[in-house]
Ligand binder design. Structure first.
Ligand SMILES: NC(=O)c1ccc[n+]([C@@H]2O[C@H](COP(=O)([O-])OP(=O)(O)OC[C@H]3O[C@@H](n4cnc5c(N)ncnc54)[C@H](O)[C@@H]3O)[C@@H](O)[C@H]2O)c1
Length: 470
């Protein structure tokens, strides 16, 4: 049996520690973290403890980690968007193969540069476009490859961001400000653009985009709303963005669980909403329920280092960014955007990204000459339906809900398995960094279209972007 690959982690945050760290712990024969670079001491020490990393392999930054000679087979780069370029190029220069979180970079120029440099240096580079690794989207691709829909004419894909998630990440949180992170269509939808390219197997030739920040602005603040939810807000009982309801009472999670297609989850979720004290009492004798009552994962884990502790959470809301009124933040990224695309063969596609959804999840409709495919990829329910135009028959496939298959419906683990396979056995990756780059071209073209109110010819856009890197 092949030896596990050894990894150096840059950034032990939500993705590094929770999504990929947990994969290594569950699959010790495949990958082992032998070093970690993370400036936040609590995160660094916890990761080192969980993975048995010695103190002399713990670094307070990726820069410090790269001062040593090469200490692992690969780097997993899970730093924030604007750090990807510098840290990624330095890791490649230091001789590391790399799994790099999306987006490749927050600028097109640096995205091209990283992919090109990895190619030139002969380094393996894979981008975390995890949706390609979900059972559901792989099945969609299989249906298309089998020609089940006939000729594809029109695609309508939606990324429905739950309103509380929009508030968390894109109004109060790390991706709220384009100057410090990325354009929203890149941050949230490079995955979706990647899926569309994969499904059609064709390049986009023309593109237009519209969108704006419509709601999360001071002019929409309820009368008398203070700067923080915890400062006695007059609308706290009705405001969907009241932070203690989201982070302390976990209302959106309990709701999502109550909507599960699994009857046990559904019952627990609705009871947790109606009667939280009862569920807390049961949790004392049924330990798995503590997953809910003492939940420590995302997004709570973003707020503080002790996310299972209500006092620590409350303090974080009183003092940190996540307790701010959503109408009094320093956000500027859009909360709704559409991208209209024409593919080479004439297929038309619309991608809608919007942050005002009652639930989290993607919905997809592909209309072909012989059938229509409908799919939903949601937190509590996922399915595909094929409606045949001739027989009117419907084939329905239900997928285990994502409450159970956490981590993008199994996509996080699927991606890791693919990366490890490539590194351990030399298998070609399911998706190369060069392919991933195509979705970034589309996202940056969408921004140029939206900001400049113009249609983009993608051939010209590609050609112009060559000039960026010379
Ligand atoms: N693939 C996906 O589906 C997906 C989902 C969410 C986020 N992401 C991307 O993953 C990346 C990380 O997101 P996250 O939510 O884990 O963010 P995070 O802020 O939780 O984690 C980033 C970590 O990097 C650390 N860091 C800062 N400076 C550093 C340095 N000099 N050296 C090493 N580490 C440093 C931070 O302290 C932090 O712990 C982002 O680029 C994000 O866009 C991808």
């Amino acid at each position: 049996m092949a030896e596990p690959i050894t990894a150096l982690l840059f950034g032990a945050g939500a993705r590094g520690a929770e999504a990929y760290g947990s994969y290594a712990l569950a699959n010790p024969g495949q990958i082992k973290f032998v070093a970690v670079a993370e400036p936040r001491r609590t995160r660094r020490e916890k990761f080192a403890h969980d993975h048995g990393i010695p103190a002399d392999r713990c670094y307070s930054s990726w820069q410090e980690a790269l001062e040593s000679k090469r200490i692992a087979d690969v780097v997993l780069n899970c730093t924030q968007d604007q750090m990807h370029a510098e840290s990624g190029l330095a890791a490649i220069a230091a001789g590391y193969d790399m799994l790099l979180e999306k987006p490749i970079s927050h600028t097109l120029k640096d995205s091209i540069k990283i992919v090109r440099t990895a190619d030139q240096q002969g380094r393996f580079l894979q981008i975390c476009h995890v949706l390609r690794f979900t059972d559901l989207f792989q099945k969609v691709k299989e249906f298309l490859d089998e020609n089940r829909l006939g000729q594809i004419l029109a695609i309508s894909h939606r990324e429905n961001v739950a309103s509380w998630h929009m508030a968390h990440s894109y109004v109060r949180g790390n991706w709220r400000h384009e100057q410090d992170s990325s354009p929203m269509i890149l941050a949230k939808c490079c995955h979706d653009l990647d899926l569309l390219i994969w499904f059609t197997g064709e390049p986009v030739v023309n593109l237009t985009s519209f969108g704006s920040l419509g709601h999360f602005k001071a002019e929409n603040a309820p009368q008398g709303a203070p700067k923080r939810c915890t400062d006695g807000c007059p609308v706290e009982a009705t405001c969907p963005f009241f932070a203690p309801a989201i982070y302390i009472d976990l209302v959106p999670f309990k709701y999502a669980i109550s909507q599960s297609s699994n009857p046990i989850y559904s019952l627990l979720g609705s009871q947790a909403l109606k009667n939280p004290r009862l569920i807390t009492a049961f949790a004392r004798v049924i330990p798995p329920l503590q997953e809910l009552t003492e939940y420590k994962g995302w997004p709570r884990s973003v707020l503080c280092d002790d996310p299972g502790n209500e006092r620590a959470l409350l303090k974080a809301l009183q003092e940190g960014p996540y307790g701010r009124c959503v109408y009094h933040c320093d956000n500027d990224v859009v909360d709704h955007q559409v991208v209209d695309m024409e593919f080479k063969s004439g297929i038309t596609a619309t991608l809608t990204m919007q942050g005002h959804s009652h639930e989290e999840g993607r919905t997809l409709r592909i209309d072909g000459s012989s059938a229509t495919l409908l799919a939903k990829f949601g937190f509590h329910r996922s399915y595909i339906e094929i409606h045949d135009h001739r027989t009117m028959g419907i084939e329905h496939i239900e997928y285990p809900n994502n409450v159970v298959r956490a981590g993008h419906g199994g996509g996080d683990y699927g991606l890791m398995q693919d990366f490890v396979n490539s590194m351990q056995r030399g298998n070609p990756p399911t998706t190369s960094a060069r392919e991933s780059l195509e979705s970034h071209y589309l996202a940056f073209a969408a921004e140029e279209s939206r900001n400049g109110q113009k249609q983009i010819d993608m051939l010209d856009f590609h050609q112009e972007s060559l000039g960026l890197t010379t």
